[in-house]
Design a protein around this ligand. Structure first.
Ligand code: URA
Length: 225
């Protein structure tokens, strides 16, 4: 007999309250721990599958494939464009100047630590000279991002800049028009997609920092809904 049927049968004979034994509680904690290892393990396997990828020409100039980084159980995933010079060197996303601004916003506006969120990119290899990835490169890498999102199942994906938005939503867009807006993730309608400026754009245009802060305040609200 399954647990639901057991509870129904107990209700019939007048038992309406059940107490979990210590053993069952311990088993529950254990299952939770195992589950935590699951997503990390799945992401590791995914990276193993892609770490020698040659699906596009970026493999010729990259130092290494840069996988996503952070808490795979986070309700929030940030998606950037592609690794820059420092990310290509260190093998971690957003560790350069744009990453420092992102870390600051995560801490000061969202009240979270960087380690509490998950951060990744549309393209996992650095385009030479930090140019924008081409549609061919974005398409070649898209199954990696799709699989990452499927594993993490966040509440909200925050796209940093137009390229990230295009990679996640699969359509071209103008960031000045759509920033601050909420969309639905095409592969899972339960996931919200929020768009804002790329921190590197704000570093080049400091007067836009206020807009980015306002967007992060909206993002905070979205996560807590
Ligand atoms: N810019 C991005 O879009 N991604 C990074 O990882 C770093 C800078």
């Amino acid at each position: 007999m399954g647990i639901k049927e057991t509870i129904k049968a107990l209700e019939v004979i007048g038992i309406n309250e059940l107490y979990l034994s210590r053993k069952l509680k311990e088993e529950k904690v254990e299952t939770k721990k195992e589950k935590q290892e699951d997503r990390k393990e799945l992401l590791k396997k995914l990276y193993e599958k892609w770490k020698d990828c040659t699906r596009c020409d970026l493999h010729k100039s990259r130092t290494q494939v840069v996988p996503g980084d952070g808490n795979p159980y986070s309700p929030l995933v940030f998606v950037g464009e592609a690794p820059g010079e420092e990310e290509d060197r260190q093998g971690r996303p957003f560790v350069g100047r744009a990453g420092q601004l992102l870390n600051r916003l995560i801490k000061e506006v969202l009240g979270m630590e960087r380690e509490e969120v998950y951060i990744t990119n549309v393209c996992k290899c650095r385009p030479p000279g930090n140019r924008k990835p081409t549609p061919i490169e974005m398409r070649a890498c898209s199954p990696y991002l799709k699989e990452e999102i499927k594993i993490i199942q966040p509440k909200v994906i925050c796209c940093l800049g137009a390229t990230a938005g295009e990679g996640v939503l699969g359509k071209s867009l103008k960031i000045t028009k759509v920033r601050g807006q909420v969309f639905v993730y095409p592969f899972n309608p339960k996931i919200k997609v929020f768009l804002t400026y790329h921190p590197a754009y704000v570093l080049r245009n400091p007067k836009e920092e206020e807009t980015l802060i306002k967007d992060f305040m909206k993002l905070k609200e979205l996560i807590s809904q």
